[in-house]
Every structure is written in structure tokens, then in C-alpha cells.
Design a protein around this ligand. Structure first.
Ligand SMILES: Cc1cc2nc3c(=O)[nH]c(=O)nc-3n(C[C@H](O)[C@H](O)[C@H](O)COP(=O)(O)OP(=O)(O)OC[C@H]3O[C@@H](n4cnc5c(N)ncnc54)[C@H](O)[C@@H]3O)c2cc1C
Length: 402
């Protein structure tokens, strides 16, 4: 790490912390985290109205989408300011926002690729949490190998007619809109140019011919969905970018997924501290166990390492250098640590960590149990562990393919 915060960066930090000091306590009093609920319930889907209220409050201070241009309600924040934002929000343990897909990925893409009419139509509602948005990329045969996607869109008059299936689409069942990737050139796969002929479409999920079916996940929640298209008509006016330019549009959105992860190490440090504090009251003997103490120390060191890795990536970005291999390393480190911490929590807290939300004796509303099962996703989402290792071998170690 070799960067210093400028006076503008420090002023940005002060303005943000001042705003949070003024608004967050009252919000938390008004919107306490829901108590009770059915066993296995909880998580993101049970908190949507609270999240909507928080995003709207953030937006009143222009703190919802800081990297967006000022003319669209953002602050034109720099990469460094975005890191500061992410760290401060993690330190204050702020509530989640209503629509990360919309704010972090789809909104920036509409601003980048959309026509004036498209921007006017969709951007204000994303910012103000009016409509929920999902990102519809994955298919049963197109996950890591996303360019293999086959949901077909055939031009017909002013519309495209869609047939095919998407899967694992987060929150599609509560989304009004989605940014989907579809195939407009079906010959491209056979001709070994599968990245061509993919088009990005904005889709109204309430339209005829679209069937959204929630999938029950490992935590017992319905968080993601299958989406089936059976002759669904989508206006060509809803196309984002040109026909066949969907891969370019999508790479922009996936790149944005990395934005805002700098605060993860701070959030994890807070999780580690709170599980150790909780163990003092519910399972104190565990804290005398040498093996457990070594695991706590190891987690602490790895969290610090993750923070420094993020700073090194930022230093490289500021020097206009490629931040290899920090980006795939940080993803690997994040998923490893998230799962390690969740396992540590259950072992540290003992039987108290096991009851689910709503069951007798559940500490912290069953959140440690939920964390334990749900964190499995971190080695799959945003690029699987194996794919990250391939990237490191290929681009950082330059080992060559066999
Ligand atoms: C919680 C969650 C939310 C999600 N939300 C969304 C969403 O909103 N929208 C969306 O479009 N998708 C979403 N996804 C899907 C996610 O993007 C895919 O699961 C991911 O891309 C992996 O694809 P896959 O599941 O098809 O697995 P596959 O790609 O089939 O991989 C299966 C296994 O094979 C391994 N593998 C694959 N290719 C290689 C290779 N070349 N070398 C070595 N090993 C390999 C993988 O690492 C993995 O272990 C979500 C997934 C999860 C878990």
C-alpha cells in the first residue's frame, strides 16, 4: 500500500460520518431489525421494506449511488472515495440497501449505454428504490461459461420474442425489471464465436410469457429463482446497447461487482469481535481452548491481510497499473474467510449457535446458524473458487494452458 488520502478525501469522509451520525441512530430506532419469525426465515428477503427505507434515506443525502454522475443523483466519487465509503459504511454497520443489483451494476450500465429516453425512464426509480431490479445472466448450461448462454431472442416487428430459461436469478420474484442477456445470433456458438451474438435486454418481469419460480436455498429461504420465457415479447426499445453488444455491456456490470468490497474486512473484523464477545457469555469455556484461540488469531491475521490486499489493489489502480493478482486473490480470500468465520462462530458459541431464527434459545435471532449455511455461496457467486484459481494460474503465474 502506498497512497495517502487527500484533503478532499478526508473532507468526503467527514461529510459522510457527519451525515451518518445525524441520521443513522434515528433510523435504527424506527426500523429495529425484526424479531421472531418462522424457523429458517430471515436474511435478505425478510428485510426488504427496511432496506427500501434505508436506501431512500441515503438518497436524500446523495449517499445512495456515490459513483454515479452528479446529474443522475450521484457524487462522481473517485475510486479512493468509494473505498472510504465502503469502509465507513462497514464500520457503522449500516443496514443493507434495497437493490444492490440496480445501484451497483445495472444503473451504471444504463447510464453508460442507455439512450436519453431509457435513462429518464429507469434511472430515477433505481435510485429511489421504487422498483426492484434483478440481473438475469446464468442458465443451466451457462454459469462459469457464461458465453454459452442460449435463451433465444428473435426479432419480430418492434419486439423480440424470447424462449429459454435462466436460473439462480437473485430476487427475480420481487423484481419488476431485470437486465437479461439473450442470444440474438444462434449460429455463433456452433461457429466458435460464442461471445458474439449476445444482446442485453431490459425486461418487464410482469409481461406475458414469463414465469418466475423461486428456488428454496440452503438456508431455507427463497432468495433466487428460475425464470422461464415462453414466447415472451420484449420491445426492441428496451435493448441496452446495440444488437450483439451484450457481452461488452455485461462485462461492465460484472466489473462493477468488485466495487465496494473494501469494507468487507472491516465487517468481518466486527463479526469476529462480536462472536468472541458473545462466547464470553454463552460458551466461555471455548475461549480457554488452545485450538480455538489459535483459530481466532489465525482469522484475525487473515482479516488484516485481506484489508492490506485491498489497499495494494487500490494503490495499483491509482498508479494506472493492472491489479493482478490482487483481484482474484481478494475474491478467494473473501470466500475462504467468510466460510472460516462462520464455522468458527458455530464452534465458539457451541449449542447456542444452532437454533434457527424463531426457535427457543436462538442467540442473535439465529443469525449465526444462518450465516453458517448461507456462506457456502461465497465460493460460487461472483466467480467460483476454481475459476479464480484458473485466472491466477493463467494471468498472474502465466503457467499456460494444457
Ligand atoms: C447465492 C447466489 C446468487 C446468484 N445470483 C445470480 C444472479 O442474480 N444472476 C445470475 O445471472 N446468476 C446468479 N448466480 C449464479 C452464479 O453466477 C453461478 O452459480 C456461477 O457463475 C457458477 O455457475 P454454475 O452454478 O453454473 O456452476 P458451473 O459453472 O457449472 O460450475 C460447477 C463447478 O465446476 C467448476 N468449474 C467450472 N468451470 C471450470 C473450469 N473452467 N475449470 C475448473 N473448474 C471449473 C466450478 O468451479 C464449480 O465448482 C447466483 C449464484 C448464487 C450461489
Amino acid at each position: 500500500m502506498d497512497f495517502a488520502y487527500t484533503a478532499e478525501d478526508e473532507a468526503f469522509r467527514d461529510e459522510l460520518t457527519g451525515w451518518l451520525d445525524e441520521h443513522l441512530p434515528a433510523f435504527l430506532t424506527e426500523w429495529s431489525e425484526e424479531e421472531g419469525g418462522a424457523p429458517g426465515s430471515g436474511g435478505i428477503m425478510s428485510q426488504m421494506e427496511r432496506r427500501r427505507a434505508w436506501q431512500r434515506l441515503l438518497n436524500t443525502g446523495r449517499w445512495a449511488a456515490i459513483t454515479w454522475p452528479a446529474e443522475w443523483g450521484g457524487r462522481d466519487a473517485t475510486v479512493t472515495q468509494n473505498v472510504i465509503y465502503s469502509e465507513v459504511m462497514a464500520r457503522y454497520r449500516t443496514p443493507g440497501i434495497y437493490n444492490a443489483n440496480g445501484l451497483w451494476q445495472i444503473g451504471p450500465m444504463i447510464i453508460r449505454w442507455g439512450t436519453d429516453e431509457q435513462k429518464d425512464r429507469w434511472i430515477p426509480n433505481i435510485l429511489n428504490a421504487e422498483d426492484h431490479w434483478c440481473q438475469g445472466f446464468s442458465e443451466p448450461q451457462a454459469g462459469s461459461d457464461l458465453a454459452n448462454l442460449r435463451t433465444l431472442a428473435v426479432a419480430d416487428g418492434d419486439d423480440y420474442v424470447l424462449d429459454g430459461q435462466k436460473i439462480w436469478i437473485s430476487s427475480a420474484h420481487i423484481a419488476k425489471w431485470g437486465l437479461f442477456l439473450v442470444r440474438t445470433d444462434p449460429d455463433a456458438i456452433g461457429e466458435k464465436r460464442k461471445h458474439d451474438g449476445i444482446t442485453a435486454l431490459i425486461i418487464d418481469l410482469e409481461a406475458d410469457g414469463i414465469d418466475v419460480r423461486p428456488i428454496r436455498d440452503i438456508a431455507g429461504e427463497e432468495m433466487f429463482c428460475e425464470v422461464f420465457f415462453d414466447g415472451a415479447r420484449v420491445p426492441q426499445a428496451y435493448r441496452l446497447g446495440g444488437e450483439g453488444e451484450g457481452w461488452m455491456v455485461a462485462m461492465g456490470t460484472l466489473g462493477s461487482e468488485r466495487v465496494g468490497t473494501a469494507g468487507l474486512a472491516i465487517g468481518m473484523r466486527a463479526d469476529l469481535d462480536s462472536m468472541v464477545n458473545l462466547a464470553r457469555s454463552v460458551n466461555p469455556a471455548a475461549l480457554d481452548d488452545p485450538d480455538m484461540r489459535a483459530r481466532i488469531a489465525d482469522a484475525h491475521i487473515r482479516i488484516e491481510y485481506t484489508k492490506l490486499l485491498n489497499y495494494r489493489a487500490l494503490s495499483k489502480i491509482l498508479r494506472n497499473e493492472k491489479n493482478w493478482p490482487e483481484v482474484p486473490l481478494a475474491k478467494l480470500q473473501w470466500s475462504y474467510l467468510a466460510q472460516t468465520l462462520a464455522e468458527l462462530a458455530v464452534d465458539l458459541l457451541g449449542p447456542s449457535a444452532l437454533p434457527q431464527r424463531g426457535q427457543p434459545g436462538a442467540v442473535d435471532n439465529g443469525s449465526w446458524n444462518r450465516l453458517y449455511v448461507f456462506q457456502r455461496y461465497t465460493s460460487i457467486g461472483a466467480g467460483t473458487t476454481e475459476v479464480q484459481k484458473n485466472i491466477i494460474a493463467d494471468r498472474a503465474l502465466q503457467m499456460g494452458r494444457r
